[in-house]
Design a protein around this ligand. Structure first.
Ligand code: PSU
Ligand code: MN
Length: 302
């Protein structure tokens, strides 16, 4: 049988030599950013991880391979506008049918886990949508955090979501949510949602110890690591933008997997600050994830 995974040489060497590797997702690039910013952000995220001494592995499914690290040609195909969105439920179809599939947090975690990559950086995870009591719309990212042994570094869940219910579901699913330098769950574009966290860390070594305990020794699934965005927007302004994006989605009857990309694109289109904050926070998360991946890779057995 053919292998499912395909590594770039850079990533293969880093894994073999137990150097820190940071998984990066591709849905953020292909569906979460405007076309003219994708290449620049993809390149910069990888550069930030390398500068911090770790190896970036951008993940996508291309031509029936789960790619852990992309060649320039593969990356160009992922961001050129034609990539489909693959969450976990789509993995089998993507692997049998072929073509180019961008992976969400959930499916990136599934692939990272298979490749033995323990640390992953993104912007914000998917979660419980507002109005989920009627629609049951809850991102598979939450299930994936419970299942796969990967730490996801984020600014929390996207502000378009229902943050209190997202935290409730993470508790039910047994997913530790650890604040880095904060006691609060961030609100993606804003520093705090006002929701208190159970766990806080202020240094990378302790966080690495928590990740190894959760993902390896306890074999208890993944972990959500959260830090506030480096530049923050006024929560009232964010809420006004979110309300109008949600109303527009409702008017246009947007449903299912298109909801998240639609809302993110609507927000980006209404405000330069949103896009700038979004890009800056992903970069900030990539930088922390790189330090973390190195600490995990070199952590003494205890
Ligand atoms: N957060 C962002 N931009 C994004 C996403 C999240 O700031 O593009 C993407 C991630 O890939 C996440 C996905 O996993 O949206 C969630 O989609 P859904 O709600 O359909 O599971
Ligand atoms: Mn959904």
């Amino acid at each position: 049988m053919l292998p499912l995974l395909a590594f770039t040489e850079e990533v293969e060497d880093a894994i073999a030599e137990h150097r820190g590797v940071v998984a990066l997702e591709s849905t953020l690039l292909a569906h979460g950013l405007p076309p003219d910013r994708r290449e620049e952000v993809a390149t910069r995220l990888e550069a930030i991880v390398r500068e911090a001494g770790a190896t970036p592995a951008t993940i996508a499914i291309v031509d029936k391979k789960m790619c852990v690290g992309l060649t320039d040609a593969q990356r160009a195909r992922v961001i050129d506008g034609g990539a489909k969105k693959s969450s976990v439920r789509d993995l089998a179809v993507a692997m049998i049918d072929g073509g180019v599939w961008a992976t969400t947090v959930a499916s990136t975690m599934a692939i990272a886990a298979r490749a033995g990559v323990r640390v992953f950086a993104t912007g914000g995870i998917g979660g419980v949508h507002r109005g989920a009591e009627a629609t049951f719309d809850e991102s598979a990212d939450l299930m994936a955090l419970a299942r796969y042994p990967v730490a996801v570094v984020s600014a929390g869940a996207k502000a378009v979501l229902d943050l209190p219910r997202t935290l409730e579901r993470l508790e039910t699913l047994g997913v530790p949510v650890v604040g880095v330098g904060t006691d609060d769950f961030p609100a993606f574009y804003a520093a705090s949602s006002g929701l208190a966290l159970r766990a806080r860390v202020d240094d990378v070594e302790r966080l690495a110890a928590l990740i190894i305990m959760q993902t390896e020794r306890l074999a208890a699934g993944g972990m959500l690591v959260v830090q506030p965005p480096p530049i923050a927007m006024d929560p009232a302004e964010v809420e006004a933008l979110v309300t109008s994006a949600l109303a527009e989605a409702d008017r246009q009857g947007v449903k299912g997997a298109s909801v998240t990309p639609f809302l993110l694109a609507a927000l980006d289109a209404t405000s330069d600050d949103v896009l700038k904050t979004n890009i800056r926070l992903v970069e900030h998360n990539a930088s922390l994830a790189a330090r973390l991946a190195k600490a995990v890779a070199t952590h003494p057995e205890d």
